[in-house]
Design a protein around this ligand. Sequence first.
Ligand SMILES: NC(=O)c1ccc[n+]([C@@H]2O[C@H](COP(=O)([O-])OP(=O)(O)OC[C@H]3O[C@@H](n4cnc5c(N)ncnc54)[C@H](OP(=O)(O)O)[C@@H]3O)[C@@H](O)[C@H]2O)c1
Length: 330
Amino acid sequence: MTTTLGKQRVLLLGATGETGKSILQGLLEDRESFDVEALVRPSSVDKPKVKALADRGIKLRIGDIQGPTDALVKTLTGIDVVISAIDIMGVLAQIDLATAAQKAGVKRFVPCSFMTIAPPGGVMSLRDQKNEVEQHIRKLYLPYTSIDVGYWHQISFPTIPSGRVNYFSMFETNVQIFNGGTMPTMMSDLRDVGPFVARIIKDPRTLNKSVFAWSDILSQNEIFEIMESISGEKIQPTYTSAEEITATREQGAAGLAADPKGYIATAVKSQADYKYSMYVRGDNTPEHGKYLGYLDARELYPDFKPRGFKEFVKELLDGKLEKMYGDLRL
Ligand SMILES: NC(=O)c1ccc[n+]([C@@H]2O[C@H](COP(=O)([O-])OP(=O)(O)OC[C@H]3O[C@@H](n4cnc5c(N)ncnc54)[C@H](OP(=O)(O)O)[C@@H]3O)[C@@H](O)[C@H]2O)c1
């Protein structure tokens, strides 16, 4: 790959979060290309996670993306690339951030997408919110790149009867198969998000484009077979129909209508939307990504070999993975 961009100063929002940690690591592994700083909100300055960033030598810029635009413009001054890895509650707060980035002369804005492929327009509320941010970016003619990564290995694996993988599972038991389990879906190891992002943001070909990255395309039935064959354990799945997914989405929508800013309502709707999009509609595939105008990161960077799902399962069974989201369990 030929790069024409020099060393870039990157400001990362979300460096203490799961997606952000991977991105931070990916950028730090390429110090010749990037100087990385972290954008931290004033209310988080004293958090141990933020102190840990400073201890690693990461320069912090303190700024409130929901505060006055002028102050935010100052915070962003001198930055070439802004990357946002904000959580699902904060997506629309990126609108003001994009406005400030354009005023500060940021050369590339990477809004928080980092999800699965789905068309806008009522399939996934989260996708629609992210699309609203991207529409705003395009209205500003702010240079951007949007990156999606499929569904993480880290939340795709089923639990097994011995309980050997419970230490890492976000769910007490996770053996649900949706809509027959036959829909292929794109997946990535969360740890590869960063290396993909590092390649994408120094590539002039990805400017003002959407890019998807992935390691495997597997159905749930294939995922369960892999888990059984590597662990040697038999999984007893439970089955959830397309109609049941639709009913949960409707409940989620009603909950969200009653409490538009509620975390539980947002999370329930978001989870049901993912199931509907991936397992009922079958949106999350390279073919649909290309139809929607994306570039494929595997074609752009054929030398990079992402961690496959089987590789991930072996590490998982070895008990060596570090739990995500602290002690949170769903
Ligand atoms: N593809 C997949 O399978 C998958 C799975 C999960 C998530 N995702 C996507 O990944 C994205 C990131 O989610 P995540 O779960 O990685 O997030 P997370 O772990 O919850 O972390 C969120 C980060 O955003 C920061 N943040 C939140 N609001 C902020 C604000 N107003 N100003 C500055 N920083 C702020 C938090 O900082 P503090 O320390 O200040 O709280 C934290 O560092 C989401 O949009 C989600 O859609 C994708």
